[in-house]
Design a protein around this ligand. Structure first.
Ligand SMILES: Nc1ncnc2c1ncn2[C@@H]1O[C@H](COP(=O)(O)OP(=O)(O)OP(=O)(O)O)[C@@H](O)[C@H]1O
Length: 234
């Protein structure tokens, strides 16, 4: 059953028409990956779901509720967490302060979520009182993912978490994101095909602001022609 249903989304950035009728679904408890070349419109799609880029047409259904046209803070309150490409970490806040700020008022599960994230990312426990600015790139990514999860764990939108990370860190992150499927649903934008293909259940390929192909990840891995045509992978 789908948790998120995006239908015929059209988004303009200034005078530029970026998304041309984007439609896709994310199944509850799955990892769905948006793939595609640079500039295909993946980030704009995530930002349109969050309400940071407002879509001029189309609908977005989260569970039973339409969420298009709603402001980002209300979308976040509905339980959608967002990890932007640049992580959006406040460097002067400690890990502890970042976690505290992420907790929603009146969320009875907040402490449980904090504990789960610290078990998943023990490095963050180690740097609990350190300023976020001193963390490594991978640890910042862990912090950004934790913040999004504590804030809203119904659905997580994660934009290129592997960017700039060492292969070992990518491996670590991949395992953690896979584990997060036990508790949440994930829509992932990822250029690292090795990572995407190992953790994704379903895929959608974007090109020029449109979805050009979708299916189960297992079938894409076998399809060399498509990988080469849209993803530049030989
Ligand atoms: N503020 C903006 N104004 C005009 N065009 C923009 C703006 N931001 C992005 N674009 C354009 O929108 C298109 C889609 O960009 P987007 O960042 O969504 O792509 P992407 O698939 O996430 O790419 P990447 O993998 O490089 O992050 C690109 O052609 C980009 O140049």
């Amino acid at each position: 059953m789908s948790l998120l249903k995006v239908d015929n989304l059209e988004t303009y950035l200034g005078q530029y028409h970026i998304l041309h009728g984007v439609s896709f679904e994310v199944k509850r408890g799955s990892i769905t990956v948006l793939l595609g070349r640079n500039g295909a419109g993946k980030t704009t799609t995530l930002r349109s779901i969050m309400g940071f880029n407002s879509a001029s047409k189309g609908t977005i259904q989260y569970g039973d509720e339409p969420i298009h046209g709603i402001s980002p803070h209300l979308i976040s309150r509905k339980g959608i967490g967002y990890v932007p490409e640049n992580q959006g970490i406040f460097k002067t806040l400690t890990v502890q302060e970042t976690f505290s700020l992420a907790k929603m008022k009146g969320d009875s599960q907040a402490e449980e979520k904090v504990e789960w994230m610290l078990d998943l990312f023990p490095d963050l426990k180690k740097y609990w009182t350190k300023k976020s600015g001193v963390l490594s790139g991978g640890q910042k990514q862990m912090l950004a993912i934790s913040r999004a999860y504590i804030n809203g764990n119904g659905l997580l939108l994660i934009d290129e978490p592997s960017k700039g990370l060492s292969p070992i860190m990518v491996e670590k992150l991949m395992e953690s994101i896979l584990k997060m499927k036990e508790k949440t649903t994930i829509l992932l934008v990822e250029q690292n095909f090795m990572m995407a293909s190992r953790i994704g259940d379903d895929f959608y390929i974007m090109d020029d602001g449109k979805i050009v192909l979708n299916g189960e990840m297992a079938s894409l891995v076998q399809d060399r022609e498509t990988c080469q045509k849209y993803l530049g992978i030989a």
